[in-house]
Design a protein around this ligand. Structure first.
Ligand code: ADP
Ligand code: TRP
Length: 312
């Protein structure tokens, strides 16, 4: 019997933070050995925001190091770079030709940018269809992501249904897997932690960098406990212990933040140490191998797709 398929990806658009880890990487790591697993570097998605080739190149290597340091064994998961598997952009085009403009206009990533008065490029507009291709090419069953990506997985389901209704059943409908209690990790300003908001706690920062980020977390004194500090703390320490710690330190935000720094550091240090031993040559070898495997699976699927739509 084939195992079910697990797939996720992160954009290589900057240094990863603990929101990325607890939202997407950890759920993947917890599940991946029981599945046929794919872990992708969404480098073409990153081009929607990044225009500096050196940064693009560097971020790809950094993200793969992050994956490996987080505990993903490249022998047990196919780790690959989106741009080395042409089927992704090819299938995205076919989906673009199936979905409507008003449908894509409901996309959060696009809507948020427009709401902020920023110019959205056409790549950002059709971004969900590239992500749908990423997912559907591999007959993915489960997609571990943070809450903010729920809509994108829904879009992938919609793309599958549209395709299947138009051309016959070829794609499986995937489900998102959102870790309970983790959906949205708050940043130091209380908003969603995000690479683009400069409010992150870095996943592989030094202890000093962790301390600096934690000390800058905004606290508000209206409730019994500083919610933003607690929301991060509960990711790395048992909640029954935290209840008593936060109870006996009410109002003492400095002491609570100092404990959070220690707990975060204890949790992250082993991964940080592991990361230091991973070389760029290791990354190149992993991507080479993963790319070959991903191309084999996706190309077989694309042959069926091309026949179904009539170009082959
Ligand atoms: P960012 O917003 O930092 O650019 P991405 O959009 O690249 O992050 O997200 C990569 C993955 O990490 C996605 O699965 C996303 O849902 C998850 N993620 C990002 N930020 C958070 C967060 N603050 N809390 C939980 N998950 C998050
Ligand atoms: N859009 C996702 C993000 O910003 C990254 C991504 C691209 C992805 N392709 C994917 C996530 C496929 C899961 C599955 O986080």
């Amino acid at each position: 019997m084939n195992k079910p398929v697990l797939l996720t990806g992160l954009q290589s658009s900057g240094e990863l933070h603990i929101g990325n880890y607890f939202g997407a990487i950890k759920p993947f790591v917890d599940l991946y050995e029981a599945y046929d697993s794919y872990l992708m570097v969404a480098d073409y998605h990153a081009l929607t925001s990044l225009k500096d080739p050196e940064a693009v190149r560097k971020n790809i290597v950094e993200v793969v190091k992050d994956y490996l340091a987080s505990g993903v064994d490249p022998k047990k998961a196919i780790i690959f770079k989106q741009s080395t598997v042409p089927a992704h952009t090819e299938l995205a085009w076919i989906f673009d030709c199936l979905v409507s403009v008003p449908f894509l206009m409901q996309g959060h990533a696009y809507k948020d940018k427009v709401a902020k008065g920023l110019e959205a490029n056409a790549g950002l507009f059709t971004y969900p269809m590239l992500m749908a291709a990423d997912i559907l090419l591999y007959d993915t069953d489960v997609v571990p992501v943070g809450e903010d990506q729920r809509q994108h997985v829904e879009y992938a389901r919609e793309a599958a249904v549209k395709f299947n209704n138009t051309y016959g059943e070829l794609f499986k409908e995937p489900k998102e897997k959102i870790l309970s209690g983790v959906g949205v990790v708050p940043g130091t300003d209380g908003k969603k932690m995000s690479k683009s908001y400069k409010n992150t706690v870095p996943l592989f920062g030094t202890k000093d960098e962790l301390a600096k980020a934690v000390m800058s977390i905004v606290t508000d004194s209206s409730g019994d406990r500083p919610e933003n500090v607690y929301a991060i703390h509960k990711l790395v320490r048992d909640e029954t212990e935290l209840t008593s710690i936060y109870g006996s330190n009410q109002g003492n935000y400095k002491a609570l933040k100092e404990m959070l720094i220690e707990d975060l550091d204890r949790y992250l240090a082993p991964m940080r140490e592991k990361r230091a031993s991973i070389t760029s040559a290791d990354v190149a070898a992993v991507l080479e191998d993963g790319g070959r495997q991903a191309r084999a699976v996706s190309e077989a699927k694309m042959e069926k797709v091309r026949k179904a739509v009539g170009v082959a």
